[in-house]
Write a new protein. Structure first.
Length: 254
């Protein structure tokens, strides 16, 4: 049961990352005068962030704080990334042990899960036609070209990736195959603009719309909309997407 819960969580988080960028779009020909932040802004990911109900603070020590951030430039560009620490494997094993999980039990069933059948075909292919585990690097390049989404620190020529291409499965001994200094991350680059909105009580507030075509189309609403507030002199950006249980909180880094 523990193994099933952890594997379900892993798949859910992967889907969150995929869905979070599904609605991003870019229109280089748009001639709309947008409002941006007056100065370049740097934000850190707050421990108040929650993913599938779990506080980010529980696993915050597994991420490199200097390499995990969001930047919003004064000319309308947004870059975000989340990168793990270099000794991820050792630290993650220690965290799992602290919570009473046996890594061997958790990974034992990985080779029994066909990723293509469980994730790629029912979810990913519809969003990214042509995505295939037979060619992992080329498939992820589709995401980079269409959404600005990319992976950090993944060796697409490694035996692990080549094995996944052959079998569509993650090896049960993947922990033993990973180098001791293994780390990885996910990043994206997109556009944004600021909007002034009014709530049901007539109060106005600023919101950050990510994307372009979707954000500017009066018939649609952008999937990624940060609400802006202030706390102790710092800007706070908050994103809530209830149906995939994500509460992302960014705190201005002065």
């Amino acid at each position: 049961m523990k193994r099933f819960r952890i594997l379900s969580l892993i798949i859910t988080v992967l889907l969150i990352l995929t869905f979070s960028f599904t609605f991003f779009a870019c229109d280089k020909d748009a001639e709309i005068k947008d409002e941006y932040f007056e100065n370049d802004m740097l934000f850190k990911i707050s421990d108040d962030t929650e993913i599938v109900g779990l506080p980010f603070g529980l696993v915050a020590d597994l991420f490199d704080k200097e390499e995990s951030y969001f930047t919003f430039t004064s000319d309308g560009k947004v870059h975000g990334q989340l990168k793990t620490i270099d000794n991820l494997v050792e630290s993650a094993l220690g965290l799992l042990d602290l919570f009473g999980y046996d890594i061997n039990e958790l990974t034992a069933g990985l080779a029994d899960i066909d990723i293509d059948e469980a994730v790629i075909q029912p979810y990913v292919v519809d969003m990214f036609p042509g995505f295939t585990l037979d060619h992992v690097e080329e498939s992820f390049n589709l995401m980079k070209k269409s959404l600005g989404l990319s992976l950090i620190g993944i060796d697409f020529e490694s035996e692990i990736i080549k094995g996944i291409e052959r079998t569509h499965r993650v090896p049960s001994d993947i922990i033993d195959q990973l180098p001791s200094n293994f780390s990885f991350g996910i990043a994206f680059d997109q556009t944004y603009h600021l909007e002034t909105l009014t709530d049901s009580e007539g109060n106005t507030f600023k919101a950050v719309y990510v994307g372009d075509i979707v954000a500017h189309n009066e018939n649609t609403e952008p999937f990624v909309v940060f609400t802006q507030s202030e706390k102790k002199g710092k800007k706070i950006l908050t994103l809530d997407v209830e149906f995939i249980m994500i509460h992302l909180v960014l705190e201005e880094k002065l």
